[in-house]
Design a protein around this ligand. Structure first.
Ligand code: ZN
Ligand code: ZN
Length: 180
């Protein structure tokens, strides 16, 4: 008669190891309710669309002030501007006190090739240069521009608008004198 030792598991019995056993064996087993977070750089890749004509990477995630993209970092949890994240990710750390400017003048672009770190003053100058006409549509050409100091800054004033305002003033004055 053959005797079987029942304490020794035979080959065909599959032992189902529990989570803690697998974790003890060094496997990466998720706990209940535990989620895997993608690295920020991977999540960033899904949040823009490359635009073929201009080469801009258009941000399709959340928006911040001025039409610029907002990007939420997972660790530490905070919100940063998407183009600043892009600069730090692909080019390098932003030097202290500098702003990241869009060379393509598209605030929602996050293409690192279109980004340049510069001082606030250079950025403001670039912005001023991008405005070529006064609010009423007269060109800011040298003959039509008067430089005026305003709160310590040089500002451009349209001469044509001044002429029109003067003409309107004298017209009103004349009308008043004539009794209208
Ligand atoms: Zn761009
Ligand atoms: Zn004008």
């Amino acid at each position: 008669m053959i005797s079987y030792d029942l304490r020794i598991p035979t080959q065909h019995i599959r032992i189902r190891r529990r989570g803690w056993q697998r974790r003890m064996a060094g496997e990466n087993v998720l706990r209940k309710g535990q989620k895997i977070y993608e690295p920020d750089a991977v999540r960033f890749e899904r949040l823009y669309i490359p635009e073929p004509n201009t080469g801009c990477w258009l941000w399709i995630g959340a928006m911040s002030f001025g039409g610029r993209g907002a990007f939420r970092l997972s660790r530490p949890r905070r919100q940063v501007l998407a183009h600043r994240f892009s600069y730090e990710e692909f080019i390098g750390p932003i030097p202290e006190g500098l702003t990241v400017d869009h060379q393509c003048n598209n605030p929602c672009c996050v293409n690192p090739d279109h980004l340049k770190a510069m001082t606030q003053l250079e950025n403001g100058r670039r912005y001023t240069q991008s405005i070529t006409h006064c609010p009423k549509g007269h060109a800011y050409i040298p003959e039509n521009t008067r430089i005026q100091m305003c709160e310590g800054y040089k500002t451009r004033v349209c001469r044509e608008c001044g002429r029109l305002a003067d003409a309107a003033y004298y017209r009103r004055k004349k009308a008043k004198k004539n009794g209208f």
